[in-house]
Ligand binder design. Structure first.
Ligand SMILES: Nc1nc2c(ncn2[C@@H]2O[C@H](COP(=O)(O)OP(=O)(O)OP(=O)(O)O)[C@@H](O)[C@H]2O)c(=O)[nH]1
Length: 255
């Protein structure tokens, strides 16, 4: 039996995007069909609803710190490279329905890239991270995205472009790099966010947005697949047990 979802992980409304290109993603709230499906479902019939999220980007851009800041509210200034992939699960409740994000933190180091890429498949969201104080990490973002997309269906994956280490840049430096980041995010149809794992700025809002949008996409996809007119069945159709989604660390011979 899983413990109840923490009170500060309860989502009742679609969080606003604080992205500078928010207009691109503006929505009044959750899709009406999603709200209807959630209203009639009985939470005791629901076990787990899960979205796989992969986090990619250059070495030391701050992928691990971004996840730790949200999950543990902590920031570690010492760099410890991710070896291959790390996996974390964060539980939410969205519109009364238990929902989890499987967060796959992949290594940015070239020598681990091959191992990490074997975990890209089946993602519902891809978070491409770059460092706001490093132009080259933004230039490489496109390649990270292309590699991650090779393993996924572009029509069903949500994309986020996240600039980290906002605390390190002056407003003038930020304007310059953000211009390019916003241009890229519009081109690849990603939501752009600027955050700091050190101060926590934007981190919570960002993950709440990821959880809400992936939840909504999951339910809508089930509605479409089932063609069901009985919205009460939708949530039950999307039920997946946590056990069904336990990652199996596959061995790879590719590196
Ligand atoms: N000032 C500042 N430093 C940060 C921030 N986020 C991460 N760092 C620092 O950047 C370094 C790398 O952070 P990580 O989170 O380990 O980077 P990573 O992208 O996971 O690295 P790999 O696992 O090698 O791919 C660490 O020394 C962090 O303390 C931030 O928001 N602000």
């Amino acid at each position: 039996m899983l413990p109840p979802v923490k009170k500060d992980r309860v989502i009742t409304q679609l969080p606003t995007s604080f992205s500078p290109n928010a207009a691109l993603h503006a929505k009044d709230g959750f899709h009406p069909q999603v709200k209807a499906a959630c209203q009639v479902q009985k939470t005791d019939t629901v076990s787990f609803n899960i979205a796989k999220v992969i986090v990619v980007g250059d070495v030391a851009v701050g992928k691990t710190c971004l996840i730790s800041r949200f999950r543990k509210g902590a920031f570690d200034k010492n760099y410890k490279a991710t070896i291959g992939v790390d996996f974390e699960m964060e539980r939410f409740e969205v519109l009364g329905v238990p929902f989890s994000l499987q967060l796959w933190d992949t290594a940015g180091q070239e020598r681990f890239k091959c191992i990490a890429s074997t975990y890209y498949r089946g993602a519902q969201a891809i978070i491409v991270v770059f460092d706001l104080s490093s132009e080259s990490s933004l230039t490489h973002a496109r390649q990270w995205l292309e590699d991650a997309m090779k393993e996924n269906d572009p029509s069903s994956v949500l994309l986020f472009l996240v600039g980290t280490k906002k605390d390190l840049s002056s407003p003038d430096q930020l304007v310059q790099i953000e211009e390019e980041a916003i241009r890229l995010s519009e081109e690849i149809k990603a939501e752009y966010w600027a955050v700091s794992a050190k101060s926590g700025d934007g981190v919570g809002d960002f993950f709440f947005r990821v959880a809400s949008l992936t939840f909504e996409a999951n339910v809508l996809s089930e509605i479409e697949k089932s063609g069901s007119r009985h919205v009460g069945d939708i949530i039950r159709l999307t039920d997946r047990t946590e056990a069904d989604h336990k990652p199996s660390k596959r061995k790879s011979n590719c590196c």
